[in-house]
Write a new protein. Structure first.
Length: 463
């Protein structure tokens, strides 16, 4: 493993007083061929004060958890590393915080690793002998891409089920059947988790997944899907086989999510955009369970879901509140859900006015965002592929680019100051006039401030 020079200096200092190991996610990521980002070091054979004294000359130290034996060290290069002592944990109460934690410098590598959630996270690396320490078989599980609990203590922390949910999606892992069984045994412990911790795992799933469907599979296999009824309702909701040969709405949603994560544009986006788009694709058919019916279409009985886009709007907001998502996600995610079929409404070409109004409805999401949701929806119907749908998505993006609206909504050109300039005193009537001006702008009556002032004069009868 390649280690930063400043970390190696700290490891040398720790080596003089104890037995340092690189542990946790950085070892897992390295073995998966990924670049490790956060390095955690566990040092056995030394007491807390001695370790602190050894590290202090090489960077600013912050004792964030003396009782846990954790020291944060900020090196001269500006990087931050966690150094800790091996520790024992014992369950003392409900929830993920109901533990008594005690540092134990004499723990063996196997005993120290046993407290970790999954075997793939319980592999340690000795930077001085260049050796892996793998007492729980994590390397074999990495090769098999399986998430397996390290010990029976898995059930003591319900957050571990949600960690399995996001880790499976982030690394394309499946869940070991025996671990799924343990998850089912603690399904009621979900109520012990504070909503901010629930969101922490959903956040990682939404922003970092390479195969999001794996996460939904974990929720289903552990029985934890019941805690997210908006998603659970998708399982068994039928779709018309001619249009959706892939199966029910749950299966379609899984495929859509994986199609989104495969898009180069999604992968190149920042975390905030990936998070918004993933949640929008997850929720795009939340309205189907309540609107699906067997009715006549094109001369035969078919499964249809009329109005499911608009029906999904309030359901989406309820789901976002349940998982503790930041409030600023409500408006863009809901808008993307409600308008995800905008390219199928009507057969005419996209008009300038129609695209302007669409961009306005989506804000703060954009037409480019909507296009990715549409592409993901299209990709979630294998083996069915519709050149017509792809063409219409492309037409929408082209029209938006022509109008310079692909990444922003139109802004009003006529403002209150223009009314004041015409001698109007500010008052309640301003809103109606400005709303009418903006509607005219969206319809194409004017395209710049000069045209807006002329329209305003005509509208007010001032020539």
């Amino acid at each position: 493993m390649h280690l930063p020079a400043d970390l190696r200096t700290l490891l040398e200092a720790a080596r003089r007083v104890g037995r340092p190991r690189i542990v946790g996610g950085s070892v897992r990521d390295w073995l998966l061929g990924l670049e490790p980002k956060d390095f955690d070091v566990e040092v056995a054979g030394v007491d807390f004060e001695t370790l602190h004294h050894a590290l202090a000359p090489f960077g600013a130290t912050d004792v964030v958890g003396r009782s846990f034996g954790v020291i944060k060290v900020r090196s001269a290069a500006g990087a931050e590393y966690d150094f800790s002592l091996p520790r024992r944990e014992s369950k003392t109460g409900a929830g993920h915080r109901g533990f008594a934690v005690a540092a134990d410098a004499g723990l063996s590598d196997a005993a120290a690793a046993a407290r970790r959630d999954f075997t793939v996270n319980a592999i340690a690396y000795d930077p001085f002998s260049d050796a892996l320490i793998d007492p729980h078989g994590g390397q074999a599980d990495l090769r098999a891409r399986v998430l397996r609990h390290t010990s029976a203590a898995f059930v003591e922390d319900p957050l571990r089920v949600l960690r399995a949910f996001q880790l499976a999606a982030r690394f394309d892992f499946s869940l070991a059947p025996e671990t799924a069984s343990l998850g089912r045994s603690i399904v009621d412990a979900f109520a012990e988790l504070p909503v901010e911790r629930v969101w922490g795992e959903w956040d990682k799933w939404a922003a970092k997944s390479i195969r999001p469907s794996r996460g939904l599979a974990v929720l289903e296999e552990t029985g934890w899907l019941r805690h997210f009824p908006e998603i659970a309702a998708l399982r068994g909701t039928p779709q018309e086989p001619e249009w959706h040969p892939e199966g029910d709405v749950f299966t379609h949603t899984q495929l859509c999510l994986d199609a989104l994560a495969a898009l180069a544009e999604w992968q190149a986006s920042d975390s905030a955009r990936r998070r918004m788009l993933t949640l929008a694709v997850l929720a795009h058919d939340f309205g189907k369970p309540s609107t699906t019916e067997h009715a006549e279409r094109r001369g035969q009985l078919r499964w249809i879901s009329p109005g499911h886009e608009s029906a999904g709007g309030p359901i989406t907001e309820g789901f976002l509140r349940r998982i503790g998502a930041p409030l600023e996600l409500d408006a863009p995610v809901r808008a993307l859900v409600v308008d995800h079929l905008a390219h199928h409404h009507g057969q005419a070409e996209f008009t300038d006015a129609g695209v302007r109004r669409l961009a306005r409805r989506l804000a703060p999401a954009t037409i480019d965002d909507l296009a990715l949701v549409m592409l993901a929806d299209h990709g979630g119907r294998p083996p069915l592929r519709s050149p017509e749908s792809l063409s219409r998505i492309d037409q929408l993006r082209t029209k938006a680019r022509d109008l310079a609206l692909q990444s922003s909504a139109p802004r009003p050109l006529v403002l209150g100051r223009h009314l004041v300039a015409l001698g109007r005193a500010p008052g309640p009537e301003f809103k109606a006039i400005l709303d009418a001006a903006f509607e005219a702008q969206l319809d194409g009556a004017f395209a710049d401030e000069t045209g807006g002032r002329l329209w305003l004069r005509n509208h007010l009868g001032q020539h």
